[in-house]
Write a protein that binds this ligand. Structure first.
Ligand SMILES: [Zn+2]
Length: 386
């Protein structure tokens, strides 16, 4: 497991400079709401256990010592050390949130010596279209054209391999199943483009820049985007479950997608349920009963720190072993890419070692399952040669 190169099928770029560790470590808002104690969590304890040695400090070094040494090394060296130690072979990078502060997908992957691919956020294409002054009547056709050209001519110079929906952040996952008619989409676009909208804060998983029309949060539009992505034959990633305070977590259970998953099945595109925590068992069930549905744990892996092996074991209870993928969902800090890979390897290793000890599997199976989850499942779901 330690030697296997990992395909991270959903992550974000690393910051070009700086970074608020307290704010980026968990989905809380850092010091201000957590009283400066984001590090007093399993995520924080795992960070202090595993990260300091990579910047020449003893494990469990204090946060103050860590910040001082990190600042002295500089962002480029920190990015190189942590991504270089992650054993990543390929990164699929979601470029939908604040890309100007981040290294590009290719730059981020280069720190790891890995290949880069891009995941395009469906809602961002709509927001760019709105900023260009599109009218409601022309919106459905204009969106289809904009998404197709965004995929065909990638903005970051690396191939686009998937699209991603953040419906969970805006309206929850109780989306209707049918493909909406253009008339319904145009009516919904008219409400959005003419509205004032509120807009909560923003975060790496769900945020949106300010300005323009109101906050994009319309069930018909989010559903329309998903169908447009499927029409292009690309895997559709869904944010599911755990996220920052912008989500109403009770509306992010993947079981709410059941009708839409059923409707999408004939389209024969993979649907990737991302993160899922605390609904990872529900996601495993959906991956078992729907041939086109896949699941991962994403940022839940580093978020639960030393409990990652138990979490991974739960996630693997029902999911077909050919339908479970690795991802970090790391954003901004290369430490999170590193922790995500390290804790995942620990979890998978312990899971397989326990199966071997109990003689549930043989050694060849352990090796095969490792290769599947590390990279081969992603390669076949995304139709890639690795
Ligand atoms: Zn993400």
């Amino acid at each position: 497991v330690a030697a296997q190169q990992l395909t991270d099928h959903h992550c974000h770029g690393v910051l070009r400079a700086g970074g608020d560790l307290e704010a980026l470590l968990t989905e809380g808002s850092g010091g201000e709401s957590a009283g400066g104690t984001a590090f007093d969590s399993l995520a924080g304890l795992a960070f202090r256990r595993w990260c300091p040695p990579l910047i020449d400090l003893p494990r469990h070094a204090t946060v103050a010592e860590y910040l001082q040494r990190r600042g002295a090394l500089g962002a480029a060296e920190v990015n190189r050390r942590f991504l270089g130690a992650s054993g990543l072979g390929s990164l699929f990078v979601d470029t939908g949130y604040a890309p100007e502060a981040l290294h590009s997908p290719a730059e981020t992957a280069a720190f790891a010596g890995a290949a880069a691919r891009e995941v395009v956020r469906l809602e961002q294409v709509a927001e760019e279209l709105a900023a260009s002054g599109v009218g409601a009547a022309g919106f459905p056709g204009a969106y289809r054209a904009a998404l197709a050209s965004r995929v065909a001519a990638p903005a970051f110079g690396v191939p686009v391999v998937a699209v991603k929906s953040i419906a969970a952040y805006r309206v929850g996952l109780a989306l209707d199943a049918p493909r909406p008619a253009d008339g319904e989409v145009a009516a919904a676009a008219g409400r959005w483009l003419g509205g004032t909208g509120g807009g909560h804060g923003s975060g790496p998983s769900g945020g949106q820049g300010g300005g323009g029309p109101g906050r994009l949060a319309d069930e018909t539009l989010h559903r329309f985007f998903v169908w447009c992505g499927a029409d292009l034959g690309l895997p559709v990633q869904f944010h599911v479950g755990y996220g920052d305070r912008d989500v109403d977590l009770h509306r992010c259970n993947p079981l709410l997608l059941t009708g839409l998953l059923r409707a999408l099945e004939p389209a024969r595109v993979p649907v990737m349920l991302l993160h899922n925590y605390p609904y990872h068992r529900e996601a495993g069930y959906l991956a078992q009963v729907f041939p086109h549905v896949y699941a991962d744990l994403g940022l839940a892996t580093h978020s639960v720190g030393s409990r990652a092996p138990q979490l991974l074991a739960e996630a693997l209870e029902l999911v077909p072993l050919r339908k479970f993928l690795f991802s970090t969902d790391a954003y901004g800090l290369p430490e999170l890419h590193y922790l995500g890979t390290l804790l995942f390897r620990t979890g998978l290793s312990r899971f397989l070692a326990a199966r071997l000890d109990d003689d549930d599997i043989g050694y060849a199976d352990a090796e095969r399952i490792t290769r599947l989850i590390a990279a081969e499942n992603a390669a076949s779901a995304y139709c890639l040669q690795t």
